[in-house]
Design a protein around this ligand. Structure first.
Ligand SMILES: [Zn+2]
Length: 323
């Protein structure tokens, strides 16, 4: 355990409430039997990761940067943000126009070697074509994801089509891809903006044009520390059977998926670290502390119950945690 981890263990929950402006009573985390930590120590630091491990940084939604001394991997890097009403109006307006804020992308996502796409919805994919052009990064996604991005001028030669089952070696890390599925709601188990396409459509203009296009999950292994991420609150148990990541991402929004959190923990062998993702209202600014879009405390409580030895970590907007 590093000194930094030691310190986090001694101060569970304190930063969570201060930084997130959440008015939880003292001892909520302890009462739930879990360990909660928010990491702010490296928030304003430009230094390299002193541990030589992986610096994980949150860019809101399911957008994560994994940085080592030699590589930068991004998953679902979307930072443009524009009002959709997704959380404030009970659902995003399908006709909301897609905006790509290149200045915001440049500010928050300076580099990338590899970009992993979990599914085609706007809050995961809309910034990737521009980012790929600027960085030259490899982009992995399904045939549909790549077709959507082709229609948004993504550079063809950087697009790697995957479907789940692939295992790729990159410089300093490996990526294993798993077939997955998106959370599906209502009586008829429908996926919002669902569908696939075998050819590049007309340029997507409204958020409903960015269809789900199949979902993938990823195991990113940097040697010594590995991360498993599902961009939506669903997964396929049998596809990921036996994986043992160091860090598991979980999100609220799994209300339609039977015991989403408990099953994820079981399928991944109760990882030592569980990181909360995709919990912020993404209509709110990225440069401010995250405003919860969905109530994440039941997720924390389920982790504490199902996996009491896992450390539950909440990272705020633009802040980092070193693994
Ligand atoms: Zn989605």
């Amino acid at each position: 355990m590093t000194e930094h981890e030691e310190q986090r263990r001694r101060t569970p929950g304190r930063l969570t409430r201060r930084r997130l402006g959440i008015t939880a009573g003292a001892g909520v985390a302890a009462a739930a039997g879990g360990k909660v930590a928010v990491d702010a120590a490296f928030a304003d630091s430009d230094t390299e990761n002193p541990t030589g491990g992986v610096r994980l940084r949150w860019l809101g939604t399911n957008a994560w940067e994994f940085k080592t001394e030699t590589a930068t991997v991004l998953i679902d890097p979307w930072v443009s943000r524009f009002p959709t009403g997704a959380y404030s109006s009970g659902g995003a307006d399908p006709d909301t126009r897609i905006e790509v804020h290149e200045d915001v992308i440049d500010e928050h996502l300076p580099e990338a070697d590899c970009i992993l796409v979990t599914h085609g919805h706007w809050d995961h994919i809309a910034d990737v074509p521009y980012l790929a052009r600027r960085t030259g990064a490899t982009v992995l996604g399904t045939e549909t994801h790549l077709n959507l991005m082709r229609a948004m001028d993504a550079p063809e030669e950087q697009l790697g089509q995957v479907k789940g089952g692939e295992y790729y070696q990159f410089d300093g890390f490996t990526v294993e891809v798993f077939r997955s599925t998106h959370s599906a709601g209502g009586e008829h188990k429908r996926i919002v903006f669902g569908g696939t396409t075998t050819e590049a459509p007309k340029r997507p203009k409204r958020i409903k044009d960015l269809i789900e296009g199949g979902s993938l999950t990823y195991l990113i292994d940097f040697g010594g520390v590995s991360f498993f991420n599902a961009g939506s609150a669903n997964f396929l148990d049998r596809e990921i059977e036996g994986i043992r990541p160091t860090v598991l991402f979980v999100q609220p929004g799994g209300g339609h998926t039977p015991d989403y959190v408990g099953r994820m923990l079981e399928a991944t062998g109760h990882p030592p670290y569980v990181v909360l993702t995709h919990w912020d209202d993404f209509d709110e600014p990225l440069t401010e502390p995250a405003v919860p879009g969905l109530d994440w405390e039941p997720v924390r409580d389920r982790v504490a119950e199902a996996s009491p030895d896992s450390e539950f970590i909440v990272i705020d907007h633009l802040e980092s945690h070193d693994f």
